[in-house]
Design a protein around this ligand. Structure first.
Ligand code: ATP
Ligand code: MG
Length: 423
C-alpha cells in the first residue's frame, strides 16, 4: 500500500527533539513576561487582504511565498506567513488600546511560506513573536533589542551579532527612493528580472534580494543613512546611545531593509555565521503607520520575530540533550500479578516516580531486556508466587542485587533508594 507522507517542507517534531522546543518556549515565556509582555493567540488563517495590505503587494512573501486559497464560498484566505499583521488586527478588532495593560504582546506558533525547503528554511516553521504598541520612544527600540539579546544569552547562545539600521520615515524616505531609482536605472541590465521590475514600484526591495548579481550591483548604491531627516536621525542616534549605555554590541548595517514593507525607522536582525545561507535567527523593526493603515488608531508599533527552527539548530550544535528515562520498570509474571502491578505503577506515579509497566506478558528474560533498553535504575518483579507471600522483588540494575520487599512498602522503598542513588 502506498503511504501518505507529510507535505514537503512541513516537519514532524518527534519526542527526541521536542525537549529543545520546550526549553526554547519556556525560556522565551520567562524572558517575555519579565519584560511585561502578555501572550495573545490568533488564528492561523486570516483574510488574504490583511497580509497583502500590511506586508506589501510587491514583497517576496506576498508575491511568491504565501499559501493563499479561496474557501468554499470564494472568500480569499491565507495561512499566516508572519504574526505582526494578525496581532495588530486583533488589537484593533478588540479595542485593546482602551486597556492600559495592553501594550506588549507575544505569540508563539507556526507560520507558513512556500519557499524552497533546505536547512533552516521550511514551509511550516515556527516563530516567537513580540510586539509593542503605543510607544514611540527610542528607548523602547533599544529595550526590544536588548530583550532579544537577553533571551539568546539565557539560551547560552553568545556569538550572535546584532545588526541595526534606520529606514527613515514617509518624510525622508521618498527622497532616498528617488536617488535609488536613478541609481538602479543605470544598473538595470545587472538586476534579476524581479528586481528589474520592482525597481519602479518598490526600489528598496532590491536590497532584500538574495540573488548574487543583484547584491553586486548594489555595492556602491546610495546609503539611506545619508538621507534621514532630522527627526529620524535623532531617533536613531538615541537608540544607538541606549544600546551603548547598556554595553550591547551592535553593527550598523545600512543595507538592511527587511522583507516587509511596513517597517520604518529602526530595523534590526540577529545574525549567526553557523547556519550557512540561513544566517538570520530573528529580526524586526518599527512600524508606526501600520495600525492606522489597517483601520485602527494611529498608534506606533515595534516588534520582532525569532525563527525557532534556526534557534534549535544552533542549540543542537552546542550541546547534546540527555533525554529523560523512566526510573522504574515493573515486570509482571502471571495474569493475577497484572492487576497488582497496575496498582503499584499508579501508586508510584502518584508519588512522583516515573514508572513503566510491562505489557503483553512475555518471559521474565524478555521483560528484563526491555528494562535494560529503557535504562531504568530498578526493576520491580511482580510474580504470583511472591505475591502469595505478600512481597515483590526489587532488582538494582547496576549492582544486579535483589531485595525482597513487602508489597505495601514498595513505594516507600523505591522512593528512598532512588533518592539515595541520585545523591
Ligand atoms: P530570510 O532572510 O532568511 O528569508 P526573513 O527576513 O524572510 O528571513 P522574517 O520574515 O524576518 O525572515 O522572519 C523572522 C525569522 O523567522 C527569520 O530570521 C528566520 O529565523 C525565521 N524564518 C523566516 N522564514 C523562515 C523559513 N521559511 N523557515 C524557517 N525559518 C524562517
Ligand atoms: Mg524570507
Amino acid at each position: 500500500m502506498e503511504r501518505v507522507q507529510a507535505v514537503r517542507g512541513m516537519n514532524d517534531i518527534l519526542p527526541d527533539a521536542v525537549h529543545w522546543w520546550q526549553k526554547v518556549e519556556t525560556t522565551a515565556r520567562e524572558v517575555l513576561e519579565l519584560y511585561g509582555y502578555r501572550e495573545i493567540r490568533t488564528p492561523l488563517v486570516e483574510k488574504l487582504e490583511l497580509f497583502a495590505r500590511s506586508i506589501g503587494e510587491s514583497t517576496d512573501i506576498v508575491e511568491k511565498e504565501m499559501y493563499a486559497f479561496p474557501d468554499r464560498k470564494g472568500q480569499w484566505l491565507a495561512l499566516r506567513p508572519e504574526a505582526t499583521a494578525s496581532v495588530v488586527r486583533a488589537f484593533i478588532e478588540h479595542n485593546l488600546h482602551a486597556d492600559p495593560l495592553a501594550r506588549k504582546f507575544y505569540t508563539i506558533g507556526p507560520m507558513f511560506r512556500h519557499e524552497r525547503p533546505q536547512k533552516g528554511r521550511y514551509r511550516q516553521f515556527h516563530q516567537i513573536d513580540a510586539e509593542v504598541f503605543g510607544i514611540d520612544d527610542p528607548l523602547m527600540d533599544a529595550e526590544v533589542m536588548i530583550m532579544l539579546c537577553d533571551f539568546l544569552q539565557r539560551l547560552g547562545l553568545k556569538d550572535i551579532g546584532l545588526h541595526v539600521n534606520s529606514l527613515g520615515c514617509p518624510e525622508c524616505r521618498p527622497r532616498f527612493r528617488e536617488k535609488l531609482k536613478a541609481f538602479l536605472q543605470n544598473r538595470s541590465p545587472q538586476l534579476c528580472p524581479d528586481c528589474d521590475r520592482r525597481r519602479h514600484v518598490n526600489p528598496l526591495r532590491v536590497f532584500d534580494c538574495k540573488v548574487d548579481r543583484c547584491r553586486e550591483a548594489l555595492t556602491d548604491a546610495p546609503e539611506l543613512a545619508q538621507y534621514l531627516c532630522e527627526a529620524c536621525r535623532r531617533h536613531f542616534d538615541k537608540v544607538l546611545e541606549y544600546l551603548s549605555d547598556l554595553h550591547v554590541a551592535y553593527a550598523v548595517d545600512s543595507r538592511m531593509v527587511r522583507g516587509l514593507d511596513y517597517y520604518m525607522r529602526t530595523t534590526f536582525e540577529v545574525i549567526t555565521d553557523r547556519l550557512g545561507a540561513q544566517n538570520a535567527v530573528g529580526g524586526g523593526g518599527r512600524y508606526d503607520g501600520l495600525m492606522r493603515d489597517l483601520g485602527g488608531p494611529d498608534l506606533p508599533g515595534i516588534g520582532f520575530a525569532i525563527g525557532m527552527e534556526r534557534l534549535i539548530l544552533l542549540l543542537q550544535q552546542k550541546e547534546a540533550w540527555v533525554s529523560k528515562k523512566p526510573q522504574v520498570f515493573i515486570a509482571v509474571l502471571g495474569d493475577e500479578a497484572v492487576r497488582q502491578a497496575f496498582r503499584l505503577a499508579q501508586d508510584l506515579r502518584a508519588h512522583g516516580v516515573a514508572a513503566e509497566l510491562a505489557h503483553g506478558g512475555g518471559s521474565l528474560k524478555s521483560q528484563m531486556r526491555r528494562a535494560d533498553k529503557l535504562g531504568v535504575a530498578h526493576v520491580v518483579i511482580v510474580g504470583e508466587e511472591e505475591l502469595a507471600r505478600g512481597v515483590v522483588v526489587v532488582r538494582h540494575m547496576v549492582s544486579k542485587e535483589q531485595d525482597q520487599v513487602p508489597l505495601e512498602n514498595t513505594v516507600q522503598f523505591l522512593m528512598t533508594v532512588s533518592t539515595v542513588e541520585s545523591l
